[in-house]
Design a protein around this ligand. Structure first.
Ligand SMILES: NC(=O)C1=CN([C@@H]2O[C@H](COP(=O)(O)OP(=O)(O)OC[C@H]3O[C@@H](n4cnc5c(N)ncnc54)[C@H](O)[C@@H]3O)[C@@H](O)[C@H]2O)C=CC1
Ligand SMILES: CC(C)CCC[C@@H](C)[C@H]1CC[C@H]2C3=C(CC[C@]12C)[C@@]1(C)CCC(=O)C[C@@H]1CC3
Length: 346
């Protein structure tokens, strides 16, 4: 006879726990007294209280030991948006997420918290104070977004309030903070190549940038408020800093903080967007011959030149969310954490 260990409510697993958001989440969970199993395709650190399981989330047998006897699972793994690899996104974000759901169900996991993205409703047009009832976009701007939509639908539809797996999705936007491998490094690289002199559009467009610790806070609140009778079951929630900022002011603050010049000259949005489309088409056509990745993709240009900020009122109402770190504090902690990216650093 096999005896089933009753999962401790202070035990959880973080799929994607080696990544930027995942590691911040793991650190906060440890601080709050959880013991954590990290499942990731790579191991990027070691910490007391964390057990690492290295494997591909598409492989159910590899996932099983990490999720066994765990009541709560966070799924924040994804290929990087910049990889732009359709087959990889499809395999990991869609098929892999099906595998995660199956493994959770088979192993009796009680709660699954997915890291989705606010970009599931974004199609390049302005979004001002967007709420969670905006429909998924029918015209996703890249493969990453296309598969994040599928992924979110799968997880939310799997919610079973009658004693089965409970699910909720967190939709962050523009996460930044120490150890981010994407936003600040791409920005600095672009500046070092002399390409951050221009403001796309009139520079007044407001967007959300969200400090990583606020995103973590939203995930933990969601997990702790997810119960069969709570409104969270099967729902998505925006988690933001609740301080929309002009896209180009944010970029300038980070650049100037690191010793680079702020962008100054304006370029018409439609001109840059048109050029980005042309470059993207060219890159597609030349792909079999030469691999080149334009910095200014249509998605990035759209994000840089339109309003895209979201309401986090639902998270405030249903889980008592409020941002813990202000934008000013978050930017200064981020800038300080990148001494190697400062202007003139060796
Ligand atoms: N960074 C951002 O601005 C935003 C991120 N998100 C979402 O947040 C989540 C975390 O993103 P980041 O921490 O920024 O990315 P990241 O790239 O730092 O972390 C993702 C982690 O997933 C792991 N992973 C990838 N494929 C895997 C596989 N097949 N099996 C196991 N592990 C795998 C990677 O090794 C990595 O450690 C993702 O789901 C992303 O879509 C959502 C909105 C904004
Ligand atoms: C070259 C410049 C015009 C822009 C440099 C900064 C960008 C790299 C970032 C600005 C907004 C960011 C963002 C994301 C990635 C990095 C940026 C484009 C996401 C696409 C990451 C994944 C998501 O789910 C949505 C994010 C929106 C904002």
């Amino acid at each position: 006879m096999t005896t089933r260990v009753r999962p401790s409510s202070k035990r959880c697993a973080v799929i994607g726990g080696s990544g930027f958001l995942g590691r911040h989440l793991v650190e906060k969970l440890l601080e709050r007294g959880y013991s954590v199993a990290v499942f990731d395709i790579r191991q990027s650190y070691e910490l007391p209280g964390v057990t690492f399981y290295q494997g591909d989330l598409c492989d159910k047998e590899a996932l099983r030991p990490a999720l066994k006897d765990v009541p709560l699972v966070f799924h924040c793994a994804s290929p990087a948006p910049a990889s732009d690899d359709r087959a990889l996104f499809q395999r990991v974000n869609v098929q892999g997420t099906c595998t995660v759901i199956q493994a959770c169900t088979e192993l009796g996991v009680q709660k699954l918290v997915l890291t989705s993205s606010a970009s599931v409703v974004y199609e390049g047009a302005d979004i001002k104070n967007g709420t969670e009832d905006i429909p998924y976009t029918a015209k996703p701007m890249d493969y990453y977004t296309e598969t994040k939509i599928e992924q979110e639908k799968l997880v939310l539809q799997a919610c079973d309030k009658e004693g089965g797996l409970l699910t909720v999705a967190i939709r962050p936007h523009g996460i930044f903070g120490p150890r981010d491998p994407q936003l600040v490094p791409i920005l600095v690289d672009t500046a070092r190549r002399g390409k951050m002199k221009f403001i796309i559009g009139d520079g007044t467009n407001l967007v959300d940038f969200t400090f990583v610790e606020n995103v973590v806070h939203g995930h933990i609140l969601a997990a702790e408020h997810l119960r069969p009778e709570s409104p969270l079951c099967g729902k998505p929630y925006h988690i933001t800093n609740d301080e929309p900022i002009r896209f180009w002011d944010f970029m300038s603050k980070v650049l100037v903080g690191l010793g680079y010049a702020a962008p100054r000259y304006h370029l018409p949005y439609m001109l840059v967007y048109g050029l980005a489309m042309l470059l993207w088409l060219l890159a597609m056509l030349l792909r079999p011959l030469v691999a080149f990745k334009p910095t200014f993709t249509p998605m990035r240009v759209a994000l840089a030149g339109t309003h895209h900020y979201y309401s986090c009122e639902a998270a405030k109402r249903d889980m008592g969310y409020k941002p813990l770190v202000s934008l000013t504090e978050g930017i200064s902690r981020t800038v300080e954490s990148y001494p190697h990216l400062r202007h003139g650093a060796p």
